[in-house]
Design a protein around this ligand. Structure first.
Ligand code: A2P
Length: 268
């Protein structure tokens, strides 16, 4: 049998890891791709959590945190990744093909989970770049729809073709076996900041100007109605967090649920 480049490693399997097989890879741009791997039968996680991913190509493999983009009920695991030129992991990870092996540490964790939010009516998911990944998981989990009446997902990228994955995930929701019936509860708001597009501007600008709410024809965020989740770069998180706090929302965690939660989009 002919083995592909990473399906057999000459290095021993690191302790506390699963070795999983790549089942699908899709490249969106020269900076972004998505891949799916088999799921260990014993692996449990909550939609929105992240896990450490590596490649079996070294004695001491490099691991990086990746949000799981698939929902907790899915038989496989999906990830949405940036390709960093010269990046210790993504330089190699971007070359994986179906049949290759990927390492995954055994425990998942994270704060972008439904449990870390108090009950509310509207849920806002604010993302930039690959920060959309945990929301791709949550939006395909029926529990999210049981908890909230309406879900607004914002995704902002520099260029138009970086918005394809979020459009694909939200657009396909109607055909989802578990969440299809909730597809009309979702509103995806995509904006670009550098390339011309129908809607432009950073989410922070749209929140502070109020254009986000006037375009949607709804009232602004209030603690009695709204809950928030933020995932993007450290600066994007800090700036968006300040704005949510100005609307009266307070940051929560797994041990102390409140009205919004944040997580950094990891690989950069
Ligand atoms: P901009 O093009 O104005 O920098 P990146 O690809 O660098 O991770 O950026 C993803 C998106 O996040 C870009 O559209 C970028 O806008 C936007 N962004 C960067 N910093 C912030 C911030 N502090 N607040 C809101 N959006 C931001």
């Amino acid at each position: 049998m002919i083995k592909t480049n990473t399906s057999v490693s000459k290095y021993p399997q690191p302790a506390g890891t699963h070795v999983e097989t790549v089942t699908d890879v899709e490249h969106y741009t020269d900076r972004l791709f998505r891949f799916r791997i088999t799921r260990p039968p014993t692996f449990r996680f909550r939609s929105g959590e992240f896990v450490m991913i590596g490649l079996p190509n070294a004695e001491k493999p490099v691991f990086r945190a990746y949000s799981i983009a698939s929902p907790s009920w899915d038989e496989e695991l999906e990830f949405y990744s940036i390709k960093v030129p010269g990046g210790p992991l993504t330089e190699h990870l971007q070359k994986i093909v179906k049949g290759d092996s990927v390492l995954m540490r055994q425990k998942s964790t994270g704060t972008l989970v439904n449990d870390a939010l108090l009950p509310g009516k509207r849920l806002w998911m604010f993302s930039t770049g690959t920060g959309f990944a945990p929301f791709a998981s949550l939006v395909r989990d029926p529990e999210t729809f049981e908890k909230f009446e309406k879900i607004f997902i914002t995704h902002t990228c520099r260029d138009v073709d970086e918005l394809v994955y979020s459009k694909q995930v939200c657009g396909n929701l109607i055909n989802d076996p578990l969440c299809g019936e909730f597809a009309d509860k979702i509103q995806l708001i995509q904006t670009t900041t550098r390339q011309k597009f129908t809607k432009m501007g950073r989410i922070t600008e749209l929140l502070s100007s109020g254009n986000l709410f006037s375009d949607l024809g709804i009232g602004k965020i209030t603690p009695g109605v709204d809950r928030g989740m933020i995932c993007g770069s450290a600066n994007m998180i800090n700036d968006t967090k300040t704005l949510l706090e100005s609307f009266g929302l307070k940051e929560g965690s797994n041990s102390k649920p409140n009205t919004f939660v944040v997580e950094k989009a990891f690989v950069d």
